[in-house]
Design a protein around this ligand. Sequence first.
Ligand code: GH3
Ligand code: MG
Ligand code: MG
Ligand code: MG
Length: 304
Amino acid sequence: MQQQSSRTIQDCHVLIVDDQPSSRLILESLLEDMVECSTTDSASKAIAFCRAQRPDLVLMDVVMPDMSGHDACRLLADIAETSQIPVIFVTGSATDEEQEKCWDAGGVDFVEKPVNPTTLRNRVKSHLNHKMKTDLLEQLIYLDRLTGAFNRHYLEDSLPGIIRDCLRHERDLAFILFDIDFFKQYNDEYGHLQGDTCLHKVSHTTMHSLLRPRDKLIRVGGEEFLVVLPETDTAGALAVAQRLLTVIKALAIPHQHSPEKVVTVSAGVAEYQPSDDRNLKKAVSRADTALYEAKSQGRNCVVV
Ligand code: GH3
Ligand code: MG
Ligand code: MG
Ligand code: MG
């Protein structure tokens, strides 16, 4: 899901996967005036690309040397962060048996080679329109309107998948819990509307400071946010938290009741431990304890 509201087909991004340069060229030339296209020549590169870039649609060749398009599609469906990307197969053979394999693998559609330009363009357009509607619905369900960050429902629904990926691949997963300092006094001094503006600025600055698309910002309470950092250990999360403190302070939002005279935040960092089992609450409660410690150490600091 993209954290933005009104998109058109031109804003969508399609990944073309085919081991044959000529096929990639044909597909790209048929679509490039309509959507942003990227191309890659192998299934494994396609999976890496999808994890990093989250295209809106994949046009997937079936026969490739490193892995079949069907297997690549199954792998994408099995990774939490790529499971929502629709895959259209571009297949040399459209026998009943081959069609069945495309549907079984989880494809949303298929196009036969040599491609008919009208069929291709309209199928791509139709699936992108569907994807944009799904994204919009997800935004309505999962995004907090005031701050643009994800809400608690997103946390509850997405975390099982993120934890499953982390356990399966033995990858690190860290959390930062941060909270605006002296925010009650900020509201009392500057008013609730300006308080809302401050929340919006802090949230957007945080989102822009998170470098990877898989890092997520969630508003878990009034002025309390959780940053979920897959593939990040405690040291990495600490570095991110320190960067967040710096960029938020650099916003220089005046706050006369703060010792720094500008809005600051305090943060607690914790890492998910496989011994937590699938219980996220333990890791978040460790981050909460660390945040509490940061508040008692005088605020505007990070505690692990
Ligand atoms: P600390 O430094 O210990 O974090 O103190 P604090 O004053 O920030 O914390 P406290 O929990 O006492 O106050 C949080 C304040 O956040 C109180 C509440 O009115 C305000 N708040 C919560 N949600 C919103 C919101 O959506 N908009 C605005 N403007 N204020 C909010
Ligand atoms: Mg091929
Ligand atoms: Mg606070
Ligand atoms: Mg609070």
